[in-house]
Design a protein around this ligand. Sequence first.
Ligand code: SAM
Length: 288
Amino acid sequence: MRPDSAEALKAAGNAELNSAEFAAIAEIMQRDARIHLATGKTTLVQSRLSRRLRAHGLATFRDYVRLVASDAEERAAMIVALTTNHTHFFRENHHFDHLCRTTLPWLQARAQRQPVRIWSAGCSSGEEIYTIAMCLLGQDSRSAAWLRHGDVRLLATDIAPHVVESTRRGLYSAETVAPIPAAYRESWMRPVGSDFQMVEEARALVTARVLNLFEAWPMRQLYDVIFCRNVMIYFDDAAKAELEARFVEMLAPGGYLYIGHSERLIGAAAAQMTSCGQTIYVKQCDTA
Ligand SMILES: C[S@@+](CC[C@H](N)C(=O)[O-])C[C@H]1O[C@@H](n2cnc3c(N)ncnc32)[C@H](O)[C@@H]1O
């Protein structure tokens, strides 16, 4: 059967995922991305993976489970299909209030003496890192001057290559940019047809990379600010604690960690962090 034949498409769409097949898929997600799939997610997994079955002309999940067992490329595609990439500009705005009022003056003072590094871990399509960038740039060209004189770099990483590519492009629909305050939008976005793109000065601050947070991190220096929001909710407690410990280790003393609204620090690393706002933590200075 040809993968794109009407018969193949119909068969893939009707394929049902049984509990053994779900368990095999959940085990791969846990092993490779540390994403925990609860059994209640069977319908979601079935509908999101039916596209993958169609792409390979497979009619059953039994055949798909066999394929992912032996094909690393398809395992990566499966993980991407099962990630949730929901995000938006100025999401959880209290974080950006804190960033502008408290963290920004600290970063500006630091940038006079040393490099400044900021990381959006699990960046999705880039709205988070560009919201951070606009807070640093300020409302006009004059407020951005400090960035032109310092060594300030923003890193955005995600396990899903297609969202990393969107981050690099920095191109968003009119609907997506609607939550951005007008002054920021007018200074740091330009219209491209009916869409809007982050201007070159904003994009040049950002490096976007594919990175599975549970693999080795290539960064060599400490980070001043880490955003990891609405990512750890997908992991089990052991994975969360492991990741928290690595974030805390990667933070410079006095650096800030921002996590999602429904998240909290649960591991031993929390002892090195002080809460300084809703889901905002600062690394204690004597823990270097
Ligand atoms: C819901 S989005 C959050 C986006 C943004 N941080 C926000 O709060 O708006 C979660 C992102 O985490 C990414 N992700 C999930 N597991 C990951 C892993 N093991 N390594 C890296 N990124 C991961 C997903 O691909 C997805 O883009």
